[in-house]
Design a protein around this ligand. Structure first.
Ligand code: DOR
Ligand code: ZN
Length: 483
C-alpha cells in the first residue's frame, strides 16, 4: 500500500486522449497527474470527485486569443478573458500582441506578463510582435519569455503595419535559429488595402463589401509567400485562421516540401458562411472574412486529414456599439470565441463530424506538440499538468451572449443550440470553474508557460546568406582592408 496521499481524485470518468478513451480515475498531487488507472488502483486522497458519465479531456489550448490588456478595458481584460476561457474548458491561452502598446519590446512584454500573472485564472503564453521595428528586439523578447512571435502580413484591428517581404525575410532569418514558431496573419495587405479603397470610393458600405475586399487570393498569396520564406530560412511558421479552400493548397504543398508549417482554423469558418451576413451583418465582420459555404467542406476535410493541425478561436472581443455600426468599414473586426469553441465543437462530435479523440488532438494535443509543451500540457499522463475539461457530452444547452463571461456580449452564436458542455475546468489540479460557476480566489493563479516550453532543435537554412552573416563578413573585410 502506497504511503502517498493524492490531493484530489477525479473518479470514474471517460478519460480521453488524442487516440483513445477509457473509463478510469485520475489522481492529482501538487498540480500534476500522479496516476491514471482503475478506480481501485488509486492512492488515498484528500478529496474525491466522482464524474461517472462525464468525459475528462485535457484542457483546450487556444493558441489565438486577444485579451486586450493592456489597452482596451471596455473590450476585455485578463480577468474577464480567462474567466471566459475557464467556462470554455480552455486551460491555456496564447495572447496576441496587438494590445496598447504592442508587445514589441522586452519592457512592454514584462509589463504584460505582470498584468496577466496578476489577473489570469488559466495558464497563458504571450506572443511577441515581429514587425519592421522589432526585429532587433527578438533576442530580448525571447529572454523575456515569449511563447512565439506574431507577424501581421496584413492589417487588422490595431493597425499594426505589415512588414515588407524584405523585412519578413530578415525576421525569419533572425527567428529561425532560435527555434521559436512565427504565427502569421496571412493576408496580403497591398491587395486588400487597394480593393477596400476602391470599394469605399464606390460607395459600398454593406457587409458583403468586406469579403469583396478580401477574396481568398489575399490568403493564398500570403500563405504561399510565407511558405517560400520559411523554406528558405528553416523558420517554423503557423498559419492562423485559415478561412478558404484555396489556401489549403499552398499549405499542403509546403508540408509536402518539408516546410515546418502548421495551420489552424476557427469554429466560425467551419460553421458560418456568407449566408449569415444577412442576419448577422457586422457581427460576423472578422479578418479573414467568413466566406462562401462551399469552403466549409474542404476545411472540414483538411481538419480530418491533418492538413489543418488545430482549432483555435481568434477570440476578438469588441463592444456591441463597435459591432453594430451601419457602415461596414467602421465595424471593428472579430468577436469572442474562447468560451464557445468547445461546446460548438462537441456538438459536431455528437453529430459524428469527428470523434472525441480527434477533437482532443486538434484542441489540445497538437497545440501542445507544436509549441513544445507536450507532455506537460496536451495529455493526461503521469507527470502532466492536471489541466482538465470535464464535459457532459449529452448536455443540451442554448448559448446566449448575455451569459458570456467575456466583456464582449455580442457574438454570432447567440441563441444557438449546442450539445456537449464543459461542467468543470481544472488548471494544474485546481478547479477554476466548477458546476458552471467561476471558483473564487483563482485570479492570479495562471502562469506563463514559456518556462516549460521545449521546442525541438532548430534547423536554420541558408545561414551563410542571412543579413547577419553578410553584413558581419562584409564588416570584417572592411576592417581587414583598413588594417
Ligand atoms: O478580425 C480580427 N480581429 N482579426 C484579427 O486578426 C485581429 C482581431 C482583433 O484583434 O480584433
Ligand atoms: Zn487574431
Amino acid at each position: 500500500m502506497s504511503a502517498v496521499t493524492a490531493d484530489l481524485i477525479i473518479q470514474n470518468g471517460t478519460i480521453v486522449s488524442a487516440d483513445a478513451s477509457t473509463v478510469g480515475s485520475i489522481a492529482i498531487k501538487d498540480g500534476r497527474v500522479l496516476a491514471v488507472g482503475a478506480a481501485e488502483a488509486m492512492p488515498q486522497a484528500r478529496e474525491t470527485v466522482d464524474v461517472t458519465g462525464l468525459h475528462v479531456l485535457p484542457g483546450a489550448i487556444d493558441v489565438h486569443v486577444h485579451f486586450r490588456d493592456p489597452g482596451y478595458p471596455a473590450k476585455e481584460d485578463w480577468a474577464s478573458g480567462t474567466a471566459a476561457a475557464a467556462f470554455g474548458g480552455v486551460t491555456t491561452v496564447f495572447d496576441m500582441p496587438n494590445t496598447i502598446p504592442p508587445t514589441g519590446t522586452a519592457a512592454i512584454l514584462a509589463a504584460k506578463h505582470d498584468i496577466a500573472a496578476s489577473k489570469a485564472c488559466v495558464d497563458f503564453g504571450l506572443y511577441g510582435l515581429l514587425g519592421d521595428d522589432t526585429i532587433a528586439h527578438v533576442p530580448a523578447l525571447i529572454e523575456g519569455g515569449v511563447i512565439g512571435f506574431k507577424l501581421y502580413m496584413g492589417n487588422t484591428f490595431g493597425k499594426i503595419p505589415s512588414p515588407s517581404t524584405g523585412a519578413m525575410l530578415e525576421a525569419f532569418e533572425v527567428v529561425a535559429p532560435t527555434g521559436k514558431r512565427i504565427s502569421l496573419h496571412a493576408e496580403t495587405n497591398s491587395i486588400m488595402e487597394r480593393r477596400q479603397e476602391r470599394l469605399a470610393a464606390a460607395g459600398r458600405q454593406d457587409p458583403l463589401a468586406h469579403i469583396a475586399s478580401r477574396p481568398a487570393v489575399v490568403a493564398v498569396e500570403a500563405v504561399s509567400r510565407a511558405a517560400i520564406l520559411a523554406e528558405w530560412t528553416g523558420a517554423r511558421i503557423h498559419i492562423l485562421h485559415i478561412s478558404s479552400a484555396e489556401e489549403l493548397r499552398p499549405l499542403r504543398e509546403g508540408k509536402a516540401r518539408g516546410v515546418d508549417i502548421t495551420g489552424e482554423t476557427c469554429p466560425h469558418y467551419l460553421l458560418l458562411s456568407t449566408d449569415d451576413y444577412h442576419d448577422l451583418a457586422g457581427i460576423i465582420r472578422v479578418n479573414p472574412p467568413v466566406r462562401e459555404a462551399r469552403n466549409r467542406e474542404p476545411l472540414w476535410a483538411a481538419l480530418t486529414d491533418g492538413t489543418i493541425d488545430l482549432i483555435a478561436t481568434d477570440h476578438a472581443p469588441h463592444t456591441p456599439e463597435e459591432k453594430t455600426r451601419n457602415d461596414i468599414w467602421a465595424v471593428d473586426c472579430g468577436f469572442p470565441g474562447v468560451e464557445t469553441q468547445m461546446p460548438l465543437m462537441l456538438t459536431e462530435v455528437n453529430r459524428g463530424r469527428m470523434s472525441i479523440c480527434d477533437y482532443v488532438r486538434r484542441s489540445s494535443y497538437n497545440p501542445a506538440k507544436i509549441w513544445g509543451l507536450y507532455p506537460r500540457k496536451g495529455g493526461i499522463l503521469p507527470g502532466s499538468d492536471a489541466d482538465l475539461a470535464i464535459v457532459d457530452l449529452a448536455r443540451e444547452h442554448t448559448l446566449y451572449d448575455k451569459e458570456l463571461q467575456s466583456r464582449s456580449k455580442i457574438s454570432p452564436w447567440n441563441g444557438r443550440r449546442i450539445k456537449g458542455l464543459p461542467l468543470h475546468t481544472l488548471v494544474r489540479g485546481r478547479f477554476v470553474m466548477k458546476d458552471r460557476k467561476l471558483v473564487d480566489g483563482m485570479r492570479g493563479f495562471g502562469r506563463s508557460v514559456h518556462e516549460i516550453q521545449n521546442m525541438p532543435a532548430p534547423q536554420p537554412r541558408n545561414t551563410d546568406l542571412t543579413m547577419q552573416a553578410i553584413v558581419g563578413e562584409a564588416a570584417d573585410r572592411r576592417v581587414e582592408h583598413i588594417a
